[in-house]
Structures are given as C-alpha cells and as structure tokens.
Write a protein that binds this ligand. Structure first.
Ligand SMILES: Cc1cc2nc3c(=O)[nH]c(=O)nc-3n(C[C@H](O)[C@H](O)[C@H](O)COP(=O)(O)OP(=O)(O)OC[C@H]3O[C@@H](n4cnc5c(N)ncnc54)[C@H](O)[C@@H]3O)c2cc1C
Length: 557
C-alpha cells in the first residue's frame, strides 16, 4: 500500500499538471498587441466562442484573436462536485433581473461550460422544428441538419450507446462525454419514475418522453470538460491567439457600417485591435446583446437614452427567452445511501488516483412529460420537465428536485443600465405575469411530485417545507401554494435569445441565417443569444451552434 506521503505527492503532481494546463492558455504578449490586425476577432471564449476560434484557426489557417473577459480555470473547475464553488466565485458574471434573480454566466476560459452542471443534452427533433417555425428558416433548422455539428465535437465514451446508436453518437471529437452511474438514491428514484409509467429513454433527447440519466461533459478521469479545456488548452495552433482578462467594450465601425475592430480593456488600459475579415461575437446570451448595444447596434430609443450613437436600429435584447423552474428539496433519511462530496483526503485519493468517489459526480436524471403538449402541431414537444440530483445543502446531502416549464409564455428583455460599458445590463422579466404559466407549472408538479412522494420513495426521502409557504391543508397542488413557491424559489434556467436569428429585422430578428447582424457588415453573432426557443440545457446546443457557425464562416456564406 502506498504511503500517505507518496499519495500526497502524486496528487500534488496531478493538480500541478492540471493547473499548468489551465494557466498556459494565453499565448500572446499584450505589450505588442495595440493596433495589430488579425483575420478574425472572436469575442468570448465560452461554449460557442472557443469552438468558433479554434475551428477558424485550424481549418482556414487564418489568424484569429480570441478575447475573453475572464481568466484561467483552476482545479476546482475540474472537480464535478465543486460545481457550486466555481458558480459562486469570480468566474460568474452574476447578472440580475428586475425581479432580483441571480442569473449565472461563466466569466472564464470555457465560459458557462466551465461553471455549469455538466449535463449533456441535445433536445428533441420537435424542438428544432419549432426553431424553424419561429425563425422562418425551415431549410436551416432541423434535427438532421444540426446532428452533424453535435457529432463533430463529440467524443462519447459510452461504447454501448455509440454502438447501439449509429449516426447519433461517436468517438473521436474533442469534447468527451460520459454516462454517469446513478447512486443508490437516484436508482430508487428511477424505479419510482418507472412505477408511474415513465419508461427509460435515450439520454440525448432523440425521444424525449420518459426518464433518462443524462450524460455529462466529464472525462474518463472524472474531470470536467469545458470548451476551454477541450479546445484552448495545449493549443498547438500558432495562428490562434488567445488573451484573457480582456473585456471588450466596443465594436469599431467605419463609415460604411463595416465592423473593423474592437476596443478592449485589460488591467485598466485600453487597447484597439483590428480585423481583416470579420468580427464574431460569442459573448453569450447577455454579453453579446450588451456589447452590440454599447456599440450602437440596438433599439434606437433605448440607445439614445444613454447617449449612444445609433449605427443600426435592430431589436437587440428583445425576445430574451428562458425556461421557468422551481427548486424543491427532499431530506434523504438514510444519509449512508449517498456519499458526501467533502474535501476529505480519502475522497481526493479516490478522485485523483482511482477516478471514483463522490467528488467525481454531479448527477442529474431528467424526466419529461408528453401530457403537456406545447402545441397541437408538435404534440410530442413536452412542456414539462423534471430534473433531480443529490447534493450538499449545509452539512446534509439532500435530493434536489427541479420542476421546469420548458417553454413558458413569459419572455424578457435585456436592457442597458447606463452608457458605461463597465456596468451590468439588466434582464427585464415578469415571471408570474402569465397565469397560464403557473397553471402549467402546477400540472407539471402534479405529474412529478407523486414520483417523489410515492410509497416506494417514502422509505428514502421526506419533503422539506419551504419557508413561509403553506400547502393548503396538506395539498401541495393548490394555486396559492405554487404561487408562493414561485415567488420564493423560481429560477430561470439558462437564458437565451437576445440576438434572435430570423429572416428579417422587421420580425424582431437580429441575425440572418448565416449569423450575420442585420444592418451592418463584417459582424456575426455565434452563441446562445441567437436561439429562439428556450431549453434548460444550453451547453451542447451552444457547442453545436459554435460548430455550425464556424462552418458557415469557413464556407464563406
Ligand atoms: C451555473 C450554470 C449551470 C448550467 N448547467 C448546464 C447544464 O448542466 N447543461 C447544459 O446544457 N447547460 C447548462 N448551462 C447553460 C450552458 O452552459 C450555456 O447555455 C452555454 O454555455 C452558453 O454558451 P455561450 O457560448 O452562448 O455563452 P458562454 O458559455 O456563457 O460564453 C460567453 C463568454 O463570453 C465572455 N464575455 C462576455 N462578455 C464579454 C466581453 N464584453 N468581452 C470579452 N468576453 C466576454 C464570457 O466571459 C464567457 O466566457 C448552465 C449555465 C450555468 C451558468
């Protein structure tokens, strides 16, 4: 048996190597950058942007500058059970809404893919049909059209899934995906869901109705795979120039409304860099609309309010879409059923040496319901979805139960709060404005809660009361109770849509089918802000958009 000392040494060496990889992403000397020209400038190294920059550099040989406002990842990003830690760190932009919601978004190499919950989910064929309908681009958006772009980056280590799903999954891409093994608690939940008729289904959304254990962007060593680690670390491409801690504050346009460069700040100093070909915004669902508006691309009246000269009047920030979710918790009666993801030496040994133990997991099961059809046209497109995972709450492990209304009627708008690029924009929303949303949420809860309160589950979990919300005579489905939970516990999983794609700016679209911003030249948006239909799982979809968008640029469309 290895001694404690040699184990500590081995773990330190592994952590040192990981930190080294994280720290060496930046490869350009800031002292020489002022006024430099690159073929492409990509703003934001997130789920989409890191892929766009990498593919453009790799597949065209062009010079690319990737500018990221955040800095390097660290070993906390690697450890799946430390997801909360990185979410509650300087790596989060922590945007806020007019209803005081905290809206998380990654500010680090890898963007939100470096702080997210690592679920890998692609959504259903009907989801993309709805994209086609809303954007009016039926030739562009379909499951068949997007599938190759999911596959391009995929390295799926679930050999059984790959073998049994020809055409749907593959090995060999840069983003490693694995299936997690449900712990004892999640296994009981899966049994309970099946007792209620929710059969096991695929984890990728191909057939969304039923219960699935989601796959994760976690590698064989149980280390998080962000687009930062997958595409930017150990980068051998000399033409891919990467700079962190660089906040882009403005896109520079010439008189012909051609985007020719960007201004950015690093350590309080202002820099200007220029693009021979194009500028691509991948600053995320809130970052991209903000930067466009700061640069004069947005609703005229709103920009004038802050003294910003208008380059083109388009509805940037409108059509901001999001799912609605409520989090409830259940106490796990027998804590020995689940392992606490605590920082004990043994847990680190298990994690780093044996690639097992509680630090390597962040489990989610997904359960969707066909009964709540989104529309008559797409009866299979479920409107309700439930996710469950175990995790620490204080010093006890609880079962988190998240009820999601995938496509609520309510939508929002992103607005600037000042003309100062260093201030945060605000997300204007109204979560409880549509009674039909609350009615639908009640329906989802009615379908889902029995799985958790069944006689099968009573042995294992007990519902936790929500402070100051009282079920009506023990009835958890009454309107007042749900409204109260909504007020106290509603989250907005994964915002999208402030630069919606479409055929014309007259219909509220900001970018065309080739991701080009209407009304200007040389500027595209390639990230989750172009998405017209919300999903509570934006990571795989944003990576797909990164691949799709990069290919569109490469093909010179
Ligand atoms: C806490 C959390 C948990 C999540 N869990 C999941 C999950 O389990 N599964 C899932 O599918 N999805 C999940 N998501 C959502 C998913 O990660 C996002 O939808 C996806 O990453 C969005 O990709 P993006 O490229 O549009 O933006 P991002 O990945 O957010 O990247 C945008 C990048 O642009 C940078 N940037 C912004 N403004 C500027 C600027 N002015 N100058 C320079 N750089 C800038 C940002 O710092 C960031 O790095 C989660 C998100 C969060 C925040």
């Amino acid at each position: 048996m290895k001694s404690l000392f040699s184990l500590s040494l081995l773990i330190s060496a592994i952590i040192y190597k990981r930190q080294y990889d994280h720290q060496n992403v930046e490869n350009i000397n800031i002292d020489n950058i002022y006024g430099q020209k690159f073929d492409y400038i990509v703003v934001g190294a997130g789920a989409a942007g890191a892929i766009v920059a990498y593919r453009l550099a790799d597949e065209t040989g062009a010079t690319v500058l990737l500018l990221e406002a955040g800095g390097q990842q660290n070993f906390n990003n690697d450890i799946p059970a430390f997801q909360d830690k990185v979410e509650n760190s300087v790596q989060n932009w922590n945007y806020t809404s007019t209803e005081n919601d905290q809206i998380a978004a990654g500010r680090v190499f890898g963007g939100s893919s470096a702080i997210n919950s690592m679920n890998y989910y692609r959504e259903s064929p009907d989801y993309y049909r709805l994209w086609a309908d809303i954007t009016g681009l039926s030739n562009v958006w379909s499951y068949d059209n997007v599938l190759p772009y999911f596959l391009k980056s995929e390295n799926n280590l679930d050999q059984k899934l790959v073998t049994n799903s020809p055409g749907y999954h593959r090995r060999g891409g840069r983003v490693t995906v694995t299936s997690s093994q449900p712990n004892a608690m999640m296994k009981q939940l899966l049994i309970s869901a099946q007792l209620f008729g929710h059969k096991l289904t695929f984890s990728d959304g191909r057939k969304p109705m039923g219960t699935a254990v989601l796959q994760n962007t976690i590698d064989a060593n149980r280390s998080r795979v962000s687009t930062g680690t997958a595409f930017l670390e150990n980068n051998c491409l000399k033409n891919l120039n990467i700079l962190g801690n660089s906040l882009v504050t403005k896109i520079i346009f010439n008189k012909r409304k051609q985007a020719i460069g960007v201004e950015f700040y690093r350590s309080d100093r202002k820099y200007r860099v220029f693009a021979n070909k194009e500028i691509i915004l991948s600053a995320g669902s809130i970052g991209s609309p903000k930067l466009l508006m700061m640069s004069g691309v947005g609703p005229r009246d709103h920009l004038k309010q802050f003294g910003i000269s208008v380059i083109t009047d388009v509805k940037v920030g409108h059509n901001f879409v999001h799912s609605l979710g409520i989090i409830m918790t259940f106490d796990i009666i027998n804590q020995s059923m689940v392992m606490a993801p605590t920082n004990t030496f043994n847990n680190f040994v298990d994690y780093y040496i044996r690639h097992t133990g509680p630090l390597g997991y962040n489990q989610s099961t997904i359960i969707c319901f066909p009964e709540l059809a989104y529309s008559r046209t797409y009866p299979e497109l479920s409107n309700g979805c439930v996710m469950a995972r175990t995790g620490l709450l204080g010093n006890r492990i609880v079962l988190f139960f998240i009820v999601i209304l995938k496509h609520p009627k309510t939508s929002g708008r992103i607005e600037l709060t000042s003309g100062n690029p260093f201030t945060s924009p605000i997300v204007k929303i109204c979560k409880l404005c549509h009674k039909s949303d609350i009615d639908k949420l009640i329906k989802v809860i009615k379908l889902a809660l029995p799985i958790f309160t069944s006689s099968h589950m009573k042995k294992y979990i007990k519902i936790n009361a929500i402070a100051d919300c009282y079920p009506c005579n023990g009835n958890y489905f009454c309107y007042q109770y749900i409204r109260c939970i909504l007020q106290k516990r509603t989250i907005l999983p994964v915002p999208m849509g402030g630069c919606r794609m479409g055929v014309s700016p007259d219909n509220g679209a900001v970018v065309d089918k080739n991701f080009k911003v209407f009304g200007v030249h040389g500027l595209r948006v390639i990230d989750s802000s172009i998405i017209p239909v919300p999903s509570e799982q934006g990571n795989a979809i944003s990576m797909m958009i990164g691949e799709y968008g990069a290919d569109t640029v490469i093909k010179n469309k």
